[in-house]
Design a protein around this ligand. Structure first.
Ligand code: SF4
Length: 145
């Protein structure tokens, strides 16, 4: 699970650069380092811009995702997307090597921050295994509300 090919109906997202919510953007001055770390993670896994798309498309999408991660809601909500499906399509289209690592269909924001922690070799999870973790519902499960 987690890295299914995007639904053809969602491929229109190729050209969409989502816009973070105003609340997430307000937090940029205080949390710029966090955005830089997320940008670095995303761009390390970005595909080259396809010839038919504008130069810098991947970077613009990465920046929007990194900035929206400062919001309080599900990442797709703080990107003002209609549902999680569009966000999954964006990951699979622009950052497929990263999307492929989300094998358990973890919530995208949780997944990104877990990647940052693993990069820094910081292990803050309560349990060695997600399957037996008391925080499982916070990291996985429906993101529809
Ligand atoms: S479910 Fe528990 S162990 Fe797995 S990522 Fe979340 S906090 Fe960490």
């Amino acid at each position: 699970m987690g890295s299914r090919p995007p639904d053809p109906a969602l491929l229109a997202t190729w050209l969409v650069v989502p816009v973070p919510t105003p609340l997430a953007l307000q937090r940029l001055p205080q949390r710029g380092d966090e955005v830089d770390d997320l940008m670095s993670l995303l761009m390390d896994h970005a595909e080259p811009d396809p010839p038919q798309c504008p130069t810098g498309l991947r970077r613009a999408v990465a920046e929007a995702i990194a900035q929206a991660s400062l919001g309080d809601n599900h990442l797709w909500q703080d990107l003002q997307l209609p549902s999680r499906a569009e966000l999954s399509a964006l990951f699979e289209t622009h950052f497929p090597r990263l999307a492929a690592r989300n094998t358990q269909n973890m919530k995208w924001k949780k997944f990104l921050y877990k990647q940052l922690c693993e990069r820094e070799e910081i292990f803050v999870c309560k349990s060695p295994s997600c399957a037996v973790c008391s925080d499982y519902a916070q990291c996985f499960g429906p993101e529809n509300t």
